[in-house]
Design a protein around this ligand. Sequence first.
Ligand SMILES: C[S@@+](CC[C@H](N)C(=O)[O-])C[C@H]1O[C@@H](n2cnc3c(N)ncnc32)[C@H](O)[C@@H]1O
Length: 269
Amino acid sequence: MNRASLEKRPEEVAAMFDDVAPKYDVVNDVLSMGQTRRWRRIVVGAVDAKPGQRVLDVAAGTGTSSEPYADAGIAVVACDFSVGMLKVGKRRRPDIDFIAGDATNLPFADNSFDATTISFGLRNVSAPHQALAEMLRVTKPGGRLVIAEFSSPTVALWRTMYTEYLMRALPAIATKVSSNPVAYVYLAESIRAWPDQDHLAQWLRDVGWQEVAYRNLSGGIVAVHRAVKPGRGDRGGVGPVAKTHRTKPSGTAGPAGAVKPSGTGPTAK
Ligand SMILES: C[S@@+](CC[C@H](N)C(=O)[O-])C[C@H]1O[C@@H](n2cnc3c(N)ncnc32)[C@H](O)[C@@H]1O
């Protein structure tokens, strides 16, 4: 059985996802108690792709995060470095363009996509800053980025209950439903070690994304970050802005000023 360490060596991460690929979507639904479907709808709304636009879904895995665009007739490219995940996806959705590629060295030309998105993938990337810079490079000026990632529950009691679920219940449930339960120990550990909402917002600004904002889902279990690539004015609008937090560039007072240094462990806001 395969699991990656928190160093997230690319070959370990890819091998781990190769292993879980056949049952990935079923296990996801069980462990999230069906919440992933709602989270995904919100991501698609934020991407707000229009007919004729091209969307890049990075770390697309089996393509579950890419499907809604294809279903709506939007040209979507699903890119991932786990061949096992891509194979499961291609078998299920032969109409989607699945491309093997590393998020830190995307196999696309500059300014190729109207929107770039990554769902539950960035946390697994060994060099997330580099991936964010790559996503900026391949997105057209004025184009948008939408990231869905596990984050930090904002209310203390909810955070405590969620941490208990992550560290105790989730690995136990995974033992019953997954062929590779240790991969779900990695899932729990990597979520705990991932930076909070404001910290990720600062990473986006660090590499050059602008108009950075995020929305908490399920009390902050997941955050959806949005940003725009500087450039042309005609970006066609970003998705719904309800309930979002506009974040401020570092150096100003406000939430972004309270971010923790990179590489810190569980957030304790
Ligand atoms: C949790 S799955 C998410 C899949 C899909 N986006 C979804 O929402 O169901 C994470 C995916 O990230 C991919 N991944 C991790 N690091 C990557 C990298 N550096 N480049 C490309 N894909 C990567 C893994 O192979 C895996 O398929």
